[in-house]
Design a protein around this ligand. Sequence first.
Ligand SMILES: [Zn+2]
Length: 324
Amino acid sequence: MKSIIRIILLSVFFVMITGCSSEETNEEIRQVTNVGIGDEYIDKLSEVLGELVEVEEESDNGSQEEETPLISYDVIDDELSNPILEVEDKKWEHYQQDIDKHTQLWQLFASIVPSKEREMVTGFYVFTDGVGNTLGAVEPRYENPEEWLLSLDIADSDNTKELIDTLIHEFGHLLFLNEEQVPFSEATFADLENDQVLERLKTNCLQYFTSYGCSAPESYINQFYQRFWVEIIEEWESLDVETNEEDLDHFFTNHEDEFVTDYAATHPSEDIAESWSYFVLSYKPENETVADEKISFFYQYPELVELRTTLLSNLYNVLTTVHE
Ligand SMILES: [Zn+2]
């Protein structure tokens, strides 16, 4: 009797071991395959667009104009509805009336990013600040921070490569700052605007404190911050890197091989979004620099590797359909 139990136990144990190891192998194969399929799409996309990410970030040579919101939409069932003109001025009418363009911009984002990954986007804004400067942005709705708005500059929308880069970057923000990653219930906007409450929330946060609150321990942004920012945050905080160009230059020069672009050095949230863009749109680097390690950071998450493949495949399909 005892020996039978032992045999049964042994075989259960054996099944557990083999079950476990074959699952791991399958996972590894799936991961390797996903990277390979993604890379093949990069090959094909490069044939259509040239190199997807520029090694050197081009400096903005557009004139700095004030940002003007032009028209806003609600996103309902994947379609743009309830258009509202945000400004009344003949100067902007040609942009405001170009509904085909607005729809085309939204459709591009909706075709690249799988719907379950962008459920939080319930509004779409078209704005302009002239050619160059800001191309896109995302922000949570003030009245309901679980919902997000995507904004795009219509004046920049003909630059396909930059538009794609921006859409992947903005999607990165949604991926790394959404409610699951940074629980908003802990810190609503009102709390964030009250200095005393904000200080208390920051002190009580053991993880990275983002612009929207305390990140979850296992969140991508907290893991990224703990690995790449803990040692430089004091220097970053002592400067005004976000708005002062000299400070940005100084900080970026001090850490040149740590950032994929100079814009990445402006804020940890921009750093992860820029690195994410490089992760999606280029091959896995050799990890010779910290900037390379930031791109490789995402390869430890099978779900992100899979998402990379999906984004690239969608991108290829949408671009080749347009080009036909
Ligand atoms: Zn950004």
